[in-house]
Design a protein around this ligand. Structure first.
Ligand code: PBG
Length: 333
């Protein structure tokens, strides 16, 4: 029960806001560098750092440059990096075989980072969209995104990542049954310590637009992802998905996108108490950057406020393109 509160003037709620010292004393949530997972884009070639127009400040890097970026991230105290491959149309096929190639850019980046920056945790992306000729997260047969055949491919993809040295497998595909299948395969292959952070409640969102430019999927995607990603109108379904993935062997769960879905973050944390992450996605990043570049909002303050919102909503951490910038800013305070 909430204790009754004296009325004004015995209670003046402004008393505890009067100075930085007192505000610090009563502050409920904190944002630290420990909260960040930094998504990075890796491409072919060497010595390449290529800007992504719809994500100002974000680069596609060749493997050597991703290793340098991982070094900088670790030096800033960022605990984890998440690798996304950029693939041109010429690297995409209908059978998506690149996805489980031990030598694809993502797996080469994992090996190179493990060797050079062993202290940073490496997360991956498990979904076929970055290798699929049609940009979908699963195989397409007669216009349908087929589930079970896709799960078999996702298992091969996850195993190749674990073999390369990934610490955290990140299935972002939204097929049914993939968490259990990946967990069983990891156990059988002796990867008991490899974690799964499931994109469990992932919505069919228009906020992913700039990411699809970043990974080369924008031109490729035919149709939409509504038969596998969630309807933005739903909330209870998110809880069913999270519960299912936790009982299938996920160690951590994710809500995605982030800021428009803070109510889901709160429900998930309150319902399950599991390690809960939000993905502040490319469109959220792009909106903040565009407004900041126009001088319409204060970049640093909006960045930190947007990240703090996730902590207040119950998240344990955030996947964010702001990770290095926010880490630098927090280190100065
Ligand atoms: C696809 C995937 C997407 C993102 C992460 N993994 C896009 C999609 O589902 O189309 C989006 C990330 C972002 O927008 O920042 N497997």
């Amino acid at each position: 029960m909430r204790p009754t509160q004296a009325s004004y003037p015995a209670t003046r709620l402004r008393r505890v806001r009067q100075s930085p010292a007192v505000r610090g004393m009563v502050r409920q949530n904190t944002l630290t560098v420990d909260d960040f997972i930094w998504p990075v884009f890796v491409r072919s070639g060497e010595g390449i750092e290529e800007p992504i127009p719809s994500m100002p400040g974000v680069l596609r890097r060749s493997v050597d440059k991703v290793v340098e970026a991982a070094r900088e991230a670790a030096d800033l105290g960022i605990p984890a990096i998440c690798i996304f491959p950029y693939t041109g149309l010429e690297e995409r096929t209908e059978d998506c075989a690149g996805a489980w190639d031990p030598d694809n850019h993502a797996n080469r980046a994992i090996r190179a980072i493990k060797a050079a920056v062993p202290e940073i945790a490496i997360m991956t992306d498990v979904a076929l969209d970055t290798y699929n000729i049609n940009g979908h997260d699963g195989f397409v047969e007669d216009g349908e995104i087929v589930n079970d055949r896709t799960v078999e491919a996702l298992v091969k993809m996850a195993l190749a990542q674990a073999e390369a040295g990934a610490d955290i497998i990140g299935p972002s595909d939204m097929m049914d049954g993939r968490i259990g299948a990946i967990r069983t395969a990891l156990e059988a292959a002796g990867h008991q310590n490899v974690m799964i952070l499931s994109y469990a409640a992932k919505y069919a969102s228009a906020f992913y637009g700039p990411f699809r430019d970043a990974v080369g999927a924008s031109g490729a995607l035919t149709g939409d992802k509504k038969t596998y990603q969630m309807d933005p109108a739903n909330s209870d379904e998110a809880l069913r998905l999270i519960e299912r993935d936790l009982s299938d062997g996920a160690d951590m769960v994710m809500v995605k996108p982030g800021m428009p879905y803070l109510d889901i973050c709160r429900r998930v944390k309150d319902s399950f108490g599991a390690p809960t992450f939000a993905y502040q996605v490319s469109g959220e990043y792009a909106m903040i950057m565009a407004a900041a570049q126009n001088g319409w909002i204060d970049h640093d303050r909006v960045m930190l406020e947007s990240l703090m919102a996730f902590k207040r909503a119950g998240c344990d951490g955030i996947l964010t393109y702001f990770a290095p910038a926010a880490a630098r800013l927090l280190a100065k305070r």
